[in-house]
Design a protein around this ligand. Structure first.
Ligand code: ADQ
Length: 755
């Protein structure tokens, strides 16, 4: 209350000050104006009279003079007129005035002797008078003077009126300001603070209100504070839920991998060692947003999977800085701590020239190796220039990594993906004591398909520099060993799944990647009001169907998006009762758009969505909502939570994390997953509706099957899938991979590494 009073008193004081200054100004201007007007009138009257008066004085015609003077006695605001001789004695005057005028009249005398007009204010018998005197001359000889007496009391009345009027204005304004201040303070400060305090009190007492907005609806002023406290509260609630979960697990003697368990495990296993993770794609990218810089998480499975691991293990993540504002935010060593809101590990950015990026990334990696490893009938393109850049950039990564490692003994290095296939050997040649793993996030094709690559041996030799090569599925491991068997001289142990070349042994092993299924987070999100969320989202996208499907993809030809749209079209043809009832939302992030194949695909997908919409749409409904942009994970999760079905229709996919994310999000144990048989995920998520994305007819029926599935079956399937994702989460992936790597015995000299 004190602050309100202080605010009101200060405001009223300022208003009073302004009102006084303005009123004073107004009053003095008005006074000047009125006096000037009086003077003007007096001068006009005096000048018009003097010509008539002068001959009468000269000829001593006093009776005529009296008659003339009397005529001016009763004009508006004119008190009277007097004519004096050259000694200041009255010759003639308006009858009322004569008794009140002293003789000789001083102002008349001065006017005559100094030969000038004089104006002044006088008090004449208690009333304020404006007096104007003028000397009268005849042939340069002073013959008397003329005095005009005006009533000036109305000036004071007028000026008082202005003060009074302004006082009322001031009072009215003050009352309004007080009322508005009270309301604004109540609505924007004290009200929200009270609501906020109540929210925090409930939180402290353990009520699950984390997902309810902490924002009192009118809390603009407080919003920065609220957003910070909401973060804090969320972390607290999650920590509390995790602690409860850990306690529960201890009681049940379960050995589930959780964030805390991985943290503890890594603390013991790493014994203070750092983890070095290298990938092409960076986990946080800085881009320009108007005049500001914003930080985004690039779309892609690798980042989704590894960021939670690095948050726990700390260490250094080395990656290409591809964001347009990336250079602005790093320190002198091209490093920064991330994530921005809760820094937990170091990101070191590597800069590539345009030519390097084109050759190594777009060319060799994405026009060569990517289609080579995915069987999707898109031809790989291998160019010598691209290969040269691929080698150069791998060397660049190696050089920077080795510098970063410095003298650290037996450093632990996790290399990610097909962009860096040559890196394991480049590191091992220089640091044989390093423990190196490379994880291949995409499929590995059979030897015939891989044989297309003109630099097949160099790639295999580069990879075999690692101590561990990880794939998502056993099938990919088998393909890899077959390929090595076909193209390299080496000893393959089919029992142990290892390759030995020149004394160096590489273990080939499956580590099916996953997402951070967090039961704690999960329980928190279960409180979300699904119906409300659904209504909000439908309002946002402008359709209100009964059933909602969702697809989440980088727009890539391996993801089978055109096939999915075709299946939706066919579904509406076959089951027309769903026209107006079913909408599919595609959250598609444009990807690799410098490559023509990707630009063409984007255009194709857009055109298909338009065509299907044009064909089926009705007023207020359309079958496909294509949201073509990058979305944050929070945005994507909202759609996962309300969708009746999620479609993953990849033509070929190492794992596919969208499928697992959808399952992890469904704390309500509802929703159906339609999953391509060509994904690694389909090996684990057997309770999804497994589809062949090339079979459009079959997929149309499967959409129908998903939408008509009994609630009980949906729940059972989802529950079983959730158990799979929960038990095989990303913490388990990291725990197993890093532990396996740490426990390997590696030779201490570089000689053993050479053929
Ligand atoms: P990706 O080919 O990128 O990953 P995927 O596993 O599906 O494919 O992961 C995609 C990730 O990007 C998901 O986390 C998803 O949420 C996110 N994403 C998709 N669309 C998005 C959008 N519109 N906006 C923002 N984010 C979006 C590669 C392999 C996969 C393998 C992963 C992990 O191709 O087979 O599962 O690595 O190993």
């Amino acid at each position: 209350m004190k602050i309100t009073i202080r605010l009101i008193v200060s405001l009223v004081f300022v208003i009073a000050l302004v009102a006084i200054v303005f009123s004073y100004n107004q009053v003095s201007n008005e006074e000047k104006r009125l006096i000037a007007e009086l003077e003007r009138r007096a001068i006009i009257l005096a000048e018009s009279l003097q010509e008539s008066v002068k001959p009468l004085i000269e000829s001593n015609s006093f009776s005529k003079l009296n008659r003339l003077v009397e005529r001016f006695g009763n004009r508006e605001r004119l008190k009277g007129v007097a004519v004096f001789d050259n000694h200041g004695s009255i010759l003639s005057s308006t009858p009322d005035l004569a008794p009140k005028i002293s003789q000789p009249f001083p102002q008349a005398v001065i006017s005559i002797t100094e030969n000038r007009q004089i104006s002044s204010f006088k008090n004449l018998s208690g009333s304020k008078i404006y007096l104007y005197t003028m000397p009268l001359h005849q042939d340069d000889k002073a013959i008397g003077s003329l005095a005009i007496f005006h009533d000036a009391s109305y000036i004071d009345v007028r000026l008082k009126g202005i003060w009074k009027q302004n006082l009322f204005r001031f009072l009215a304004l003050s009352i309004l300001v007080v009322i508005i201040t009270l309301l604004v303070v109540r609505w924007s400060i004290t009200g929200p603070i009270a609501q906020f305090a109540e929210w925090m009190r409930e939180l402290r007492m353990g009520k699950d209100r984390v997902n309810e907005p902490a924002t009192p609806k009118r809390g603009d002023v407080l919003s920065p504070l609220i957003s910070e406290v909401t973060h804090l509260a969320k972390s607290l609630a999650i920590a509390r839920a995790r602690a409860e979960e850990e306690a529960r697990l201890r009681v049940q003697a379960e050995s589930l991998w959780t964030a805390n368990r991985l943290k503890e495990h890594m603390r013991v296993e790493l014994g203070g060692k750092k983890l070095y993770l290298i990938s092409n794609r960076e986990p946080y990218m800085h881009v320009k947003d108007g005049r500001n810089i914003k930080c985004i998480v690039p779309a892609g499975g690798l980042v989704t999977a590894l960021d939670p691991v690095m948050r726990i293990c700390d260490g250094v993540w080395i990656a290409h800085g591809g964001g347009e504002a990336d250079r602005v935010v790093v320190d002198g060593n091209d490093k920064l701590r991330v994530p921005p809101e809760e820094p937990a590990y170091t990101l070191k950015r590597i800069w590539l020239t345009k030519e390097e990026e084109n050759g190594y990334y777009y060319g060799f990696s994405n026009e060569g190796l990517w289609p080579l490893c995915h069987i999707t009938h898109t031809r790989p393109v291998f160019r010598l220039d691209d290969w040269v850049y691929y080698q150069k950039v791998n060397e660049k990564f190696a050089e920077i990594l080795l510098k970063e490692i410095g003298g650290e003994e037996s450093p632990l290095v996790l290399i990610q993906d097909y962009h860096l296939a040559l890196l394991p050997l480049l590191i091992k040649e220089k640091r044989p004591d390093a423990k190196v793993a490379i994880f291949w996030h995409i499929p590995w094709p059979n030897p015939e398909a891989f044989g297309i690559c003109p630099w097949q041996q160099e790639i295999l030799i580069g990879m075999l520099g690692a101590d561990i090569i990880g794939f998502h599925t056993q099938f990919h491991c088998n393909n890899f060993l077959d390929t090595v068997d076909r193209f390299l001289e080496s000893k393959i142990d089919w029992e142990q799944f290892s390759v030995t070349r020149g004394g160096n042994t590489t273990m080939i092993k499956t580590f099916p990647i996953s997402v951070s299924f967090d039961s704690a987070l999960d329980r928190v999100s279960a409180t979300q009001e699904k119906t409300l969320l659904r209504e909000t989202i439908l309002k946002e996208i402008g359709v209100h169907p009964k059933y909602l499907g969702v697809g989440v993809d980088r727009i890539d030809y391996t993801k089978g998006i055109p096939e999915r749209f075709r299946a939706i079209e066919r579904f509406l043809e076959k089951y027309p009762e769903y026209i107006g009832e079913f909408t599919f939302v595609e959250l598609g992030a444009p990807s690799r758009i410098h490559i023509k194949r990707y630009r063409d695909l984007l255009a194709e997908v857009e055109e298909m969505a338009d065509k299907i919409n044009w064909r089926f749409q009705t007023k207020g409904w359309k079958p496909i909502v294509f949201l073509k942009r990058h979305h944050s994970h929070e945005e994507i999760d909202r759609f996962y939570k309300i969708a009746d079905l999620c479609m993953v229709t990849s033509l070929h996919d190492g794992m596919n994390l969208v499928a697992k994310e959808f399952v992890a999000c469904r704390a309500d144990e509802d929703g159906v997953l339609v999953l391509s048989q060509f994904t690694g995920a389909s090996r684990e998520l057997k309770d999804a509706i497994i589809v062949n994305p090339y079979d459009i007819e079959g997929m149309a029926d499967d959409i129908y099957f998903a939408l008509t599935m009994e609630m009980i079956e949906r729940s059972e399937r989802m529950r079983r899938m959730r158990t799979v994702v929960k038990e095989h989460n990303i913490y388990g992936w990291a725990g197993n991979l890093i532990t396996t790597l740490l426990r390997l015995r590696v030779p201490a000299t570089s000689e053993s590494n050479k053929e």
